[in-house]
Design a protein around this ligand. Structure first.
Ligand SMILES: Cc1ncc(C[n+]2csc(CCOP(=O)(O)OP(=O)(O)O)c2C)c(N)n1
Ligand SMILES: [Mg+2]
Length: 270
């Protein structure tokens, strides 16, 4: 019973393609444990991904999977959910995929309360393609395309998704995988509305190396030391928050999902 989450793990696909010390494996474990807690049937669940290191996540699930295109995982998942609403549809996107090239799809799915769960692995860069900066790369940090310090401000992507009207939004880190699991379980257990989980993760080969954040174990400690609970965020100013990870539940609202509203319209004509 303790290891019943392993039914979701495609063991033949191991070892994973992720670099040694990458936090994506920790996130994968939190997701599978949360799916197990929700008793998700393998045959009734679809994992949808885009392209990127985290976009390879679908390789490791025994569930149905759709490996989509970069930035377009959310519209693909929307089509799957609307075509067959009884499916559990879980979307896995990177910060480049979901917050940058596909940012428009993310905000509109949140606004519509499309009935899917999106789990973003935020490693603060385009990991797969050489460590370029993305929409979540913190100001002043170093990447392959900002070798002297990043000029732009970064998104707090969870805050943005909350403002778009999503029913459930939470941010956790791979340094606290049980908390992450708790948030993912809450998101998956909801039957409707848009649910968004942002998981801050490590990237030893690109972001962490450029920024001298230490070996993978040191980076996990570094992530913990930069974590601020959302209830305490008001104690910091904007500049201070740029180097912190504000974690917790950003919103937890009872909302009508898109499908529920659509059905109400249909009923008017029946
Ligand atoms: C339309 C399109 N643009 C660009 C690319 C190239 N590309 C592939 S993965 C990637 C970045 C992935 O970054 P992210 O989503 O953060 O995932 P990570 O690799 O960091 O997990 C890019 C730019 C692509 N495949 N398709
Ligand atoms: Mg990334």
């Amino acid at each position: 019973m303790k290891y019943s989450w392993k039914k979701y793990l495609k063991k033949d696909a191991l070892p994973s393609m992720w670099c040694a010390g990458c936090g994506n494996g920790i996130l994968l474990g939190s997701i599978m444990r949360a799916m197990d807690e929700c008793n998700f049937a393998v045959a009734n669940t679809v994992v949808v991904t885009g392209i990127g290191c985290w976009g390879k996540a679908d390789d490791y699930f025994t569930t149905h999977a759709f490996h989509g295109t970069h930035g377009r995982a959310i519209p693909i998942a929307t089509g799957i959910k609307f075509a067959r609403p009884s499916l559990n549809v879980i979307v896995m996107v990177g910060d480049g995929d979901g917050a940058t090239i596909g940012g428009n799809h993310l905000i509109h799915a949140a606004r519509r309360n499309t009935d899917i769960t999106v789990i973003m692995s935020n490693n603060f860069n385009y990991g797969m393609t050489g460590g370029q900066y993305s929409g979540t790369t913190p100001k002043d940090s170093l990447t392959s395309t900002s070798p002297y310090g990043h000029v732009e401000d970064e998104f707090n992507i969870s805050a943005l998704v909350k403002e778009c009207g999503a029913g459930y939004v939470a941010k956790g880190t791979v340094a606290s995988p049980r908390k992450l699991q708790k948030y993912i379980k809450k998101a998956l257990a909801r039957e409707n509305g848009f649910r968004f989980i942002e998981a801050i993760t490590s990237c030893p080969t690109q972001y962490d190396r450029y920024n001298k954040l230490g070996k993978p174990t040191e980076r996990l400690k570094d992530i913990s030391s930069k974590t601020v609970e959302i209830e305490k965020a008001a104690e910091y100013n904007r500049d201070e928050l740029s180097s912190k990870y504000v974690v917790g539940e950003y919103t937890d609202l009872a909302v009508e999902g898109y499908l529920e509203r659509y059905e109400k319209i249909q009923q008017k004509f029946n």
